[in-house]
Design a protein around this ligand. Sequence first.
Ligand code: HEC
Length: 112
Amino acid sequence: MKLRTTLAVVALVTLYSTGALAVGDAVKGKAYFATCGACHGAAAEGMEALNAPKLAGQESWYIVRQLQNFKKGIRGANPLDTYGLQMAPMSQLLADDQAMEDVAAFIKTLAK
Ligand code: HEC
């Protein structure tokens, strides 16, 4: 029993430190989103003219993963990926995973 508890605590701490359980702060996220809204729309409704997709209604975990991918150069790094190349530098505005969680938390507050 004691070992199981210890293992559970270790697992939780590991998850937390890897960011898997990070909690986003929507208030901070709102400030970050000011720039994003220029392309994605103030309510994250998307803007086809700028090829910027709707973000409202998307799962936070997916938004964070895409932002990480853009930042790491997994997405939006190929010269043929015209629109991805426009988004990639925007991900650099978010300093770390916490900032990504924060912006995703704000997007979650917007109408789907
Ligand atoms: C200069 C315009 C522009 C700005 C500013 C911008 N984006 Fe984007 N974003 C795009 C474009 C264009 C795409 C589509 C990329 C593609 O087609 O792969 C995109 C894609 C995304 C995606 C992937 C959506 C999906 O469904 O896979 C996310 C998440 C995202 N942006 C979040 C943000 C956030 C958060 C910010 C602010 C920090 C931001 N964007 C700022 C243009 C922008």
